[in-house]
Ligand binder design. Structure first.
Ligand SMILES: Cc1cc2nc3c(=O)[nH]c(=O)nc-3n(C[C@H](O)[C@H](O)[C@H](O)COP(=O)(O)OP(=O)(O)OC[C@H]3O[C@@H](n4cnc5c(N)ncnc54)[C@H](O)[C@@H]3O)c2cc1C
Length: 460
């Protein structure tokens, strides 16, 4: 049995910032971080566009797992806001949540991110234009590190932490249990790690595992939300008047037909559309690079419809998985369709995609999204595309590409208190696996918050 003051599961932003805050304030602490993925420099997705064209479902996905977590090759957009990205403010208060996000931003800048631009999505003229078209622009500040600068920040954070924190890579936590007042973590190889405190930060990819941990420790959970939609790809110029000023515009629309809320998510000017593998299911995502030499001619963003389930159904993630599986079954992965084909009720084919003016940045299977996405969500998406067309003309063009499906799996919400501690004493659940956060900045901030709670207890 290896003994530590704190054992952290997961080296994503949540885990990294917990370790950072603990060690910065109390360098004498013994801290272990168990991470089932690889160190940053060994994380390589085998898709090279030539020999390996699509996801081969590696045992450990280098996109989702390893130092830096799901955020390592992400667009590195740190949104400083309580408007989206999680509900951390509901647990710790609005001001505290924003202060923590600013704190994380300052550390990222110190670690090499200072040259990244800080955008404010508060342009009054755009806000008004959206409003006049029944579109609602959410206010936020966003530091866009970009995939390249984000990587450098992570490299520097690792260099700073590695001599003070014991990192165990390729080490998957299997079981978490209580023994003699300590929290014991058993790994897949049977190794045991005991901590006075344990911070669970296994992210979205570790959501199934978290369910079993909560069950074992008697920590209450609930699961009821799922976001389903598509990734839209348009020429850069279609959204340039928004993206040049705001970079990331989060726009919400309420559909006339169903009164559902649909939102834009993760907007990537000059970006690329990518595959995402969650528990073996291939969905779609997107990112972009800060380096102009990596720019594409397109902008991509997701359009997501939130569904909240009530009695008797609680398995919202299974609902999302079933829809994603359907697209995997029909398309062998992600399906791409031109908006015009969707409206005309015909599938897209290789020829139709090739003849379009928008060149896809992801090699996906041309097909028919209406065979995959439920009518309600598809109607919502189409309605919002027409609404966006009023503010960004040509969004509803024939050649606009829709990739499906994009699913935002929400982890079940774990019952935690204002310190993010569970009813199992000394066990904290933070980041995306808690259901409290869904973003880099909220996950990182939640890590700092839990660490500060532990530091306070240690000071008593
Ligand atoms: C392609 C992509 C782009 C994104 N872009 C953005 C963006 O621009 N802005 C933004 O705000 N958010 C973005 N996100 C979301 C963001 O990455 C996550 O919200 C954030 O990483 C959550 O941090 P986390 O620490 O909670 O979890 P994660 O980053 O998921 O980290 C969890 C870690 O725990 C490890 N783990 C899981 N289970 C175990 C186990 N049993 N034992 C040991 N280790 C385990 C995993 O390997 C992983 O490394 C993006 C996500 C993806 C996939």
């Amino acid at each position: 049995m290896k003994n530590y003051d704190a054992v952290i599961i997961g080296a994503g932003p949540g885990g990294i910032f917990s370790a950072y805050e603990l060690i910065k304030n109390k360098p004498e602490l013994k801290i272990a971080v168990l991470e089932k993925g690889y160190p940053l420099n060994k994380r390589h997705c085998p898709i090279d566009g030539e020999k390996v064209k699509s996801c081969i479902s590696c045992k450990v996905c280098s996109i989702m797992n390893g130092f830096g977590g799901a955020g390592a090759f992400s667009d590195g957009k740190y949104n400083i806001t309580n408007e989206f990205g999680g509900n951390l403010h509901e647990y710790i208060g609005k001001k505290e949540a924003e202060d923590l996000m600013e704190y994380v931003d300052a550390i990222n800048c110190e670690m090499g991110g200072a040259d990244a631009r800080l955008y404010a999505s508060e342009d009054p003229a755009i806000f008004k234009e959206c409003l006049q078209n029944d579109l609602h622009l959410l206010k936020a500040k966003v530091r866009h590190l970009g995939t390249d600068l984000n990587y450098i920040v992570l490299e520097n954070l690792y260099a700073l932490l590695k001599d003070q924190v014991d990192f165990y890579f390729e080490t998957s936590a299997e079981r978490v249990f209580k023994e003699d007042g300590k929290t014991v973590v058993e790994t897949s190889t049977g190794e045991l790690f005991a901590g006075d405190y344990c911070i669970l930060s296994s992210g979205r990819s570790g959501s199934k595992w978290m369910e079993s941990v909560c069950e074992g420790l008697g920590i209450p959970t609930q699961s009821s939300r799922i976001d389903i939609g598509v990734r839209v790809e348009v020429p850069f110029e279609t959204f340039s008047h928004l993206t040049d000023k705001l970079y990331e515009s989060k726009i919400v629309y309420r559909s006339k037909k169903y009164q559902d809320r649909i939102r834009t998510f993760c907007m990537n000017p000059h970006g690329v559309v990518v595959n995402e593998n969650t528990n073996g299911i291939i969905t779609v995502n997107g990112h972009s690079y800060e380096d102009p030499s990596m720019y594409t001619d397109n902008t991509n963003f997701a359009l997501l419809v939130s569904s909240h389930f009530t009695e008797p159904f609680h398995e919202s993630n299974q609902y999302g998985e079933s829809i994603a599986r359907l697209s995997n079954m029909l398309g062998g992965g992600v399906i791409v369709q031109r908006f015009g084909d969707l409206i005309r009720g015909q599938r897209s084919t290789e020829d139709r995609i090739q003849s379009g003016f928008v060149k896809p940045t992801l090699q996906a299977t041309p097909g028919d999204l209406s065979l995959v996405i439920p009518k309600r969500q598809l109607d919502d998406i189409i309605e919002m595309i027409y609404a966006l067309d009023k503010v960004c003309p040509s969004t509803a063009s024939d050649d606009t590409l829709l990739y499906g499906v994009e699913v935002k799996f929400y982890n079940m919400e774990v019952e935690v208190d204002g310190s993010l501690e569970t009813k199992s004493e000394g066990v904290y659940v933070i980041g995306d696996c808690s259901g409290v956060t869904h973003s880099l900045s909220h996950a990182s901030a939640s890590g700092v918050h839990a660490a500060r709670s532990i530091l306070q207890k240690l000071a008593l």
